[in-house]
Write a protein of this length. Sequence first.
Length: 143
Amino acid sequence: MTEYFEDTTDVAVLVIRNRTDDGDYYLIARHRGNDFWEFVGGKRKKDESIEHAVYRELSEEIEIDWDSDEVDIVKTGDSFESPINPVYELYPVLVDIPEEVAWELGDEDLSSSHTSLKWIKIEELENFETYGEREALESLGVL
């Protein structure tokens, strides 16, 4: 029997970074419901740490067999209120994944919540319609 864990109003925002010789790239995904681009993530479960939520959400949102050595939680930023719905508190987390894994990811690896993904450099973010990704990057000290 599957155990059900109640969601909280805390949301882990995964700022997934791919560090290359050409610079840092960040993963954004187009949300199926509204066509906005966002960092993937999801709600923390009751009694779950944000770090554990990051690993769980990474597996749920990008459906590949992750090796625990492939994921490095670099930093957790200060939380902030969601610009879309103030009931949610967003917890940005900077996550590094290896270059060889990053470039292999495709749209087919995304959960049904998203339609496509892109790897972008920070300066390209302004070219995409987003909801609060800039705040997440500022909280992490990336901007």
